[in-house]
Write a protein that binds this ligand. Structure first.
Ligand code: HEM
Length: 239
């Protein structure tokens, strides 16, 4: 008789979880297990990110900026795991990927429900941040001109741009992984992948947070019509 499942296995539903990957004899090649595990765990991590960003929206509405900053830090840590997951696939050979691809059907990462949420969630969160700025009577330019005067709102804004950075990093790393595995010019299951993926690379998730940097530097340029000026100060100077 098999041993009864432990509370650990019951709580985490380990038997169901571990039955979601192909059995060894079903694998197209031994590395297919890595491919499945990376993609399945990515779906779980993206589910968690979506969940935390939904919570962050509610907390923004309650002006609970400390908690929002904690959740954003958590989201960044999870985003790092997604980046690391791709790193493990740097060990997959092109030949083995072709074996896996042969059994993928017409499945494409573009159909990933988790990634679709990653694309939508920042746009859904942004209005909550904008309402906070309105309630506080602040503009992004004011905050970025003097970040130390508005530490909590600034911390949240920086947390949002870090989320954006890491989403863009994900796309950058993924395209390199794709090039490494199947080359730059190979047509993929849904047409020419390099064009599709390179279009994605240009997406900014919080455009206003990028624009405010342009504004600050435009102000600086206007104040420094001759560019940067250096004043040489000698070590013995009393100035
Ligand atoms: C050997 C590794 C991988 C290869 C060769 C690969 C290949 C591709 C290709 C060719 C595309 C373009 C769309 C298409 O033609 O299907 C794509 C898109 C995508 N893949 Fe991958 N992929 C790999 C790993 C991953 C991993 C680990 C994930 C994690 C979830 C992932 C998620 C996605 C997503 C979300 C898209 C859509 C990207 C966007 O719209 O910017 N892929 N992949």
């Amino acid at each position: 008789m098999p041993a009864p499942p432990t509370d650990y296995e019951l709580y985490l539903r380990v038997p169901e979880l571990l039955s979601l990957q192909k059995r060894p004899e079903q694998l197209a090649c031994p590395d297919e297990l890595l491919f499945q595990v990376v993609h399945q765990s990515a779906e779980l991590w993206m589910k968690l990110i979506d969940h935390e960003l939904g919570r962050a929206a509610t907390l923004l509405d309650r002006d609970d900026l400390g908690e929002v900053a904690v959740l954003l830090r958590r989201v960044h840590a999870v985003q790092n795991l997604l980046l690391d997951g791709m790193e493990t696939l740097y060990t997959l050979s092109s030949a083995d990927y072709m074996r896996i691809r042969a059994v993928l059907g017409r499945g494409s990462g573009q159909e990933s429900p988790g990634f679709r949420r990653m694309l939508a969630a920042p746009g859904e969160l942004w209005p909550h941040f904008e309402s906070l700025l309105e309630r506080q009577g602040l503009t992004l330019t004011e905050i970025y001109r003097e970040p130390r005067r508005f530490p909590s709102v600034y911390a949240v804004a920086e947390g949002l741009i870090e989320l954006d950075l890491r989403l863009q990093e994900w796309r950058n790393r993924h395209i390199l992984l794709v090039y490494r595995t199947i080359g730059v010019g190979t047509p993929s299951l849904k047409g020419k992948h390099s064009e599709l993926l390179e279009r994605g690379l240009r997406t900014q998730f919080f455009p206003a947070l990028w624009q405010v940097r342009d504004e600050l530097f435009a102000e600086w340029t206007a104040e420094h019509p001759n560019g940067a000026e250096y004043t040489l100060v000698s070590p013995n100077s009393t100035r």
